[in-house]
Design a protein around this ligand. Structure first.
Ligand SMILES: [Zn+2]
Length: 403
């Protein structure tokens, strides 16, 4: 058993609504936290009697938030597309087909190169306070390349997502049905051992609603859980498909009608906002305030990918969520922690209630508000993750989790 006391916390964001009478952020001032074998074992007043611990970390009055949960990231790829970004910033629109550029580079890359690129991005996420993250495939689009991406991803996270249905690869031409047969047949079989989730990019230029239903149902029949890319570039059937199949999350949710908002609210499917994509494509942002007012659960995630959101910064997503999506700072921080965990059907991360993974981010700031108030400033001073504790391998406690 090893215990650590985090003392002298000026403002503690627990995201535990029992701490302060229903306040979703569960704010405490003058706080201390005890981690015991990687789990939160005690939360209380710093000025009161403090438990004896093996180790003491004094954060000198700083704010502490739960480790961020990035529930949407594409981290296994080769190459980069800065020229495409530069062209877009001079007036060319984004179309889903740009993904094929990265597919070609990824197929040509060695395992070692892909693993090195993945490790670099994971380190970036970590430096910005992310302690739990999802990784998708989707830049291989062959049986061997998709299963390779997921095998590499599974080496860095248990939240791995099979996204063979990212786009139809060039070699299939107009034979969408033929590619769907591959995705739902041999590709799915090769990827299931390395994946927890299945995802479909539902958009003009990618997959339509009927294709998505077929692919998601095949994945669910094979034991995967569903999440989707929905309503990013235009209004489409994505959100309705997500709600129909019982997906954990509908991601992007930029172009929604009232029926979509109602469906998200009534089914409990999380709406994951990815404002890095709107930032990087100079597009209108999703209306987070409308969703919250309708009772929809929101997550914020990076969508880190080389085409449309090449950033690993959850603090930037919080700032954009506030400035561009209409969220309050508290709502944005909640969406980046508990919201992300909910989008991954996790109850053990994204908050600092008793029994949660002791994933703590110490800010170089007195309040969580600074994450939005001081955009672009590196405010993550230290990251303490439960998985750093020797001999500690936190298991998932939520339904449907994998060992
Ligand atoms: Zn994405």
């Amino acid at each position: 058993m090893s215990s650590t006391l985090f003392a002298n916390i000026g403002e503690l964001v627990t995201c535990d609504p029992t701490v302060r009478d229903g306040d979703p952020l569960g704010l405490m001032h003058d706080a201390a936290v005890v981690s015991l074998d990687g789990r939160v074992a005690w939360v209380g007043r710093n000025s009161g009697p403090l438990p004896d611990c093996d180790r003491r970390v004094d954060v000198a009055g700083a704010a502490v938030v739960p480790g961020f949960v990035d529930s949407h990231a594409h981290l296994v790829f080769a190459g980069e597309r800065s020229q495409e970004f530069a062209a877009r910033m001079t007036g060319q629109p984004y179309a889903a087909g740009g993904i094929r550029t990265t597919v070609a580079a990824t197929r040509a890359a060695s395992d070692n190169d892909l693993a090195a690129g993945l490790a670099r991005l994971v380190a970036e996420l970590r430096r910005q306070g992310v302690t739990t993250f999802e990784v998708k495939s989707g830049y291989g689009l062959t049986v061997a390349d998709e299963s390779r991406a997921l095998r590499l991803a599974h080496g860095v996270t248990s939240e791995t997502t099979f996204l063979g249905a990212h786009v139809v690869p060039a070699e299939y031409g107009d034979d969408v049905a033929g590619y769907i047969d591959l995705v739902t047949g041999p590709m799915l079989a090769a990827c299931v051992p390395h994946a927890r989730w299945i995802d479909v990019f539902i958009e003009d230029g990618a997959f339509d609603g009927d294709a998505a239903r077929t692919i998601l149902r095949a994945g669910m029949a094979a034991g995967l859980q569903a999440r989707v890319h929905a309503n990013q570039l235009a209004h489409g059937p994505g959100v309705q498909v997500a709600c129909e199949v019982g997906a954990a999350s509908a991601d992007h949710c930029t172009h929604l009608d009232d029926a979509d908002v109602d469906a998200l609210a009534s089914t409990g499917v999380v709406a994951t906002l990815l404002p890095g994509a709107e930032f990087s494509t100079r597009s209108p942002y999703p209306d987070g305030r409308r969703l919250i007012e309708a009772g929809v659960t929101l997550a914020l995630a990076t969508d880190c990918n080389p085409g449309t959101s090449y950033t690993t910064s959850m603090p930037l997503m919080i700032a954009l969520g506030v400035r561009e999506c209409g969220l309050s700072p508290a709502q944005a921080v909640w969406a980046a922690t508990t919201g992300g965990a909910t989008a991954l059907r996790r109850t053990d991360v994204g908050h600092l209630g008793i029994g949660a993974c002791a994933d703590l981010v110490v800010l170089d700031a007195p309040s969580h508000v600074h994450l939005a108030y001081r955009p672009g400033v590196p405010l993550v001073a230290a990251v303490h993750a439960a998985s750093d504790d020797a001999d500690t391998h936190p298991d998932h406690t939520s339904e449907g989790s994998r060992p």
